[in-house]
Design a protein around this ligand. Structure first.
Ligand code: ADP
Length: 194
């Protein structure tokens, strides 16, 4: 199963992606986690990426596409993955489609976790106190949400048009959201077996 998660900051993407990956045995591909690991390594690339992230800006598309291409080529992602944090722009979405097509693959379903800006900001602030990420300043949080609305949210139209978008009301408990995702995935699985 090839799954994509869309949703603003604090919508619960990372939490749900982890649970889905565990339950269905899929590779969890989180670009945020991958970039934070790179930044922590203090390589030249890591320093560059770290600076961009701490401002709340987006890392350049060509670099992101290279990172994802390498990741999806690995054995554990061949047959199934859950993408969390990619694509975030039109160019990334186009590149993803092209690279999956090259290997005869395609997305099965796109979940959009829907939460309002107030919830998003509230959850980011809450997390900032416990995690203390470099991009958890008020300014970077505002920037991240602004870029989400401008660059990423419009991507849902593309998946809606392809009939693979499933909207999920995200202002509920983790268990409730997961149960709804599971219903869709179990239905998809039983359809492909039949
Ligand atoms: P959040 O969605 O809460 O802002 P993430 O962990 O998903 O956090 O991403 C953190 C940062 O990593 C982003 O603000 C951005 O700088 C960078 N990033 C992650 N994924 C991408 C991507 N697909 N394209 C560009 N930048 C990205």
């Amino acid at each position: 199963m090839k799954i994509l998660l869309l949703g603003p900051q604090g919508s619960g993407k990372g939490t749900q992606a982890k649970r889905i990956a565990e339950e269905y045995g899929l590779a969890h591909v989180s670009t945020g986690d991958m970039l934070r690991a790179e930044a922590a390594s203090e390589s030249d690339l890591g320093r560059r990426v770290g600076e961009i992230m701490s401002r709340g800006d987006l890392v350049p598309d060509d670099l992101m596409v290279d990172i994802i291409r390498n990741r999806l080529d690995r054995d554990d992602a061949r047959d199934g993955f859950i993408l969390d944090g990619f694509p975030r722009t039109d160019a990334q979405a186009e590149a993803l489609e092209a690279m999956l097509a090259e290997t005869g693959r395609d997305l099965d379903v796109v979940f959009e976790l829907q939460v309002g800006d107030e919830t998003s900001v509230e959850r980011m602030r809450g997390r900032a106190q416990t995690e203390g990420r470099a991009d958890d300043t008020e300014e970077a949080m505002r920037r991240r949400l602004e870029l989400y609305h401008r660059e990423t949210a419009p991507l849902s139209q593309r998946y809606l048009a392809r009939g693979i978008l499933v909207g999920i009301h995200g202002e509920r408990t983790v268990d409730e959201v997961f149960a709804e995702i599971q219903r869709t995935l179990d239905e998809l699985e039983s359809r492909s077996v039949a």
